[in-house]
Design a protein. Structure first.
Length: 252
């Protein structure tokens, strides 16, 4: 039996035109496609034809990644699909942990295929907010204690990073975003530009530039990425600009 392969791939933001060619080819070469049901729906239908689809609902990450590993152990070529980039808050790490736990790296081939991450998609719609150093923080405390998230957020904002915030608010976590905003306000002026991007490059896309003081938490859900400017970020023509520093060095 030939050795199977697990490729963890990123589908990008969701629009088919932003699916990277390498990720598309990985699906075309696969025998089976594994993923969260909502992300499998983002795969162009013609790429799923003739391939087994193993999907699970939310909160079943370990189950579906085990299915992928088991299929690869049977000699099959398997892709695990993730939205955005598979190595950013996605499944690449979990698949590696499962392979490591059972000492399977010699038994199956493993590869990560990058995709356009959510903060890049959000930033493109907002203009140029990530032109200088930035940090990414998830407000989901399902796997990380909230106290640690608070410390990371405070460290990032106190160091004057632009901050991309993932998983900012859900039906069960209605209070965390308000607590995060209070941390941000300890170091940021209330007029600091803040980008709200819902469903970037998907149906229902909505893009807003507001201020830290005027943020309405009701505009935010789990399919939203927030980008909080640093001390030099400004609004330009309804978009966000974080200068890289060229104006201080060159005559522009």
């Amino acid at each position: 039996m030939s050795k199977g392969c697990v490729k963890v791939i990123g589908l990008g933001p969701g629009d088919e035109c932003l699916l990277a060619p390498q990720a598309r080819q990985a699906i075309m070469d696969a025998d089976a496609v594994v993923g969260y049901t909502g992300y499998v729906k983002l795969v162009p239908q013609e790429l799923l034809e003739g391939r087994e689809v193993l999907s699970t609902g939310m909160m079943a990450e370990v189950e579906r990644c085990r299915k992928a590993v088991e299929a690869a152990l049977d000699g099959r070529n398997v892709v695990v699909v993730c939205s955005g980039d598979p190595g950013i808050y996605a499944m690449a790490g979990l698949v590696m942990e499962l392979l490591e736990a059972d000492d399977l790296f010699g038994s199956v081939d493993f590869e990560v295929v990058p995709g356009i991450p959510a903060f890049s998609a959000a930033a493109s719609l907002l203009g140029a907010p990530l032109m200088h150093d930035f940090a990414s923080v998830s407000l989901s405390d399902l796997l990380t204690p909230w106290e640690k998230i608070e410390k990371r957020l405070e460290a990032a904002v106190s160091a004057d990073f632009v901050i991309a915030i993932y998983n900012p608010r859900s039906k069960k976590r209605v209070g965390h975003l308000g607590e995060a905003v209070e941390i941000l306000k300890k170091y940021r002026d209330g007029n600091t530009p803040l980008g709200i991007v819902n469903r970037a490059y998907r149906d229902g896309q909505r893009v807003q530039v507001v201020t830290l003081d005027s943020l309405d938490v009701n505009d935010v859900d789990m399919q939203t990425v927030l980008i909080v400017g640093n001390s030099s970020t400004r609004e330009v023509a309804g978009k966000m600009l974080t200068p890289r520093g060229y104006a201080n060095k060159y005559d522009i």
